[in-house]
Design a protein around this ligand. Structure first.
Ligand SMILES: Nc1nc2c(ncn2[C@@H]2O[C@H](COP(=O)(O)OP(=O)(O)OP(=O)(O)O)[C@@H](O)[C@H]2O)c(=O)[nH]1
Ligand SMILES: [Mg+2]
Length: 296
């Protein structure tokens, strides 16, 4: 039983695509559980990352970047981000400190928030001269009564611990929602699929990453302790299949090697990873498939 000063709460991380929300979640947890890439719209679903200690539990929710969605899958992504704004204890709105200030967006999000809002100015490692930060802070402070404005670098980790301390201070008294030894409420299969999909996002270009989904179909521990994972990479067209497989299978091999390293680190055990590619035309527009994949 936890003592009655235990604090807990749900904290959503929202913002435009590519501002570093997922990088921030991974940094806070000290483990990679969500996909990060230099391409926008990497994150497709809301994924919870849980930070526990003796006196608190913070349930962070990473969300897809909010953008003008054209396709059905993108609409589902943006819906997932907006859904994560309600029913929470604290909202962390992340902006890219190097980007042109988007006041309309900040106003739009803050009007939807029914809880305290922290503004995180990310990527401060890229801001020069440093005095520029004070100007940015002053400009945003005039837009909304943010509970805190925190400049940080999710990539280097600079000031991230300070953010976590401030979040912890704001949490209401509450129960422990999840066991203290889990990093996420997602099944291992889902996180493995996410890490494989990240490699596709990093290693392929143009429309290919956006036409790709990954499903882990088998996850079995063998007698020797090795976990055998079999995953399907879904694409929309034969041409995309060719790119994912690559010359003599070179691309698929690279995706597999890089994903295996991440998954082994996360699971703390050796894995055997088998990947195959399947074409499913226009899956990004088909509700039934999107639902099956957990995107709707
Ligand atoms: N220089 C620098 N780059 C960063 C920082 N944080 C994130 N990035 C980079 O920004 C890019 C986008 O990072 P993500 O974490 O995938 O961004 P996101 O907001 O989750 O993006 P979506 O999921 O597409 O909405 C990646 O190339 C990161 O390496 C930072 O503090 N400094
Ligand atoms: Mg993301």
């Amino acid at each position: 039983m936890k003592n009655n000063s235990f604090k807990s709460g749900f904290v959503s991380i929202v913002g435009r695509p590519n501002v570093g929300k997922s990088t921030l979640l991974n940094r806070i947890l000290g483990e990679k559980i969500v996909a990060v890439s230099d391409k926008p719209q990497t994150t497709r679903t809301a994924i919870r990352g849980i930070l526990s200690d003796d006196s608190s539990q913070i349930v962070f929710v990473d969300t897809p970047g909010i953008h003008t969605a054209k396709s059905r899958i993108n609409q589902a992504m943006v819906d997932a981000a907006y859904n994560a704004i309600s029913g929470i204890d604290l909202l962390v709105l992340v902006i890219d400190a190097t980007a042109k200030p988007d006041d309309d967006f900040v106003r739009k999000i803050t009007t939807k928030a029914a809880c305290p809002v922290f503004l995180v100015l990310n990527k401060i490692d890229l801001v020069e001269p440093k005095e520029r930060l004070l100007e940015i802070i002053a400009a945003f402070a005039g837009l909304y009564e943010f509970s805190e404005i925190i400049p940080l670098s999710a990539q280097s980790g600079s000031n991230v611990e300070h953010l976590v301390d401030l979040v912890r201070q704001r949490l209401p008294l509450g129960i422990q929602y999840f066991p203290e030894d889990i990093l996420t409420d997602q099944p291992e299969k889902v996180i493995c699929a996410e890490l494989i999909r990240e490699k596709v996002f990093r290693l392929t270009n143009e429309e290919v990453p956006y036409g790709t989904a990954v499903v882990v179909e088998a996850f079995k521990e063998r007698d020797n302790g090795v976990i055998a994972i079999s995953a399907m990479i879904l694409v929309e067209r034969e041409g995309q299949k060719g790119i994912i497989i690559g010359k003599k299978g070179a691309m698929l091999k690279k995706i597999g090697e890089q994903a295996r390293k991440d998954i082994e680190r996360l699971l703390g055990t050796r894995i055997f990873l088998e990947l195959y590619v399947k074409v499913q035309e226009r899956w990004t527009e088909r509700t039934a498939v999107l639902r099956e994949l957990g995107y709707e």
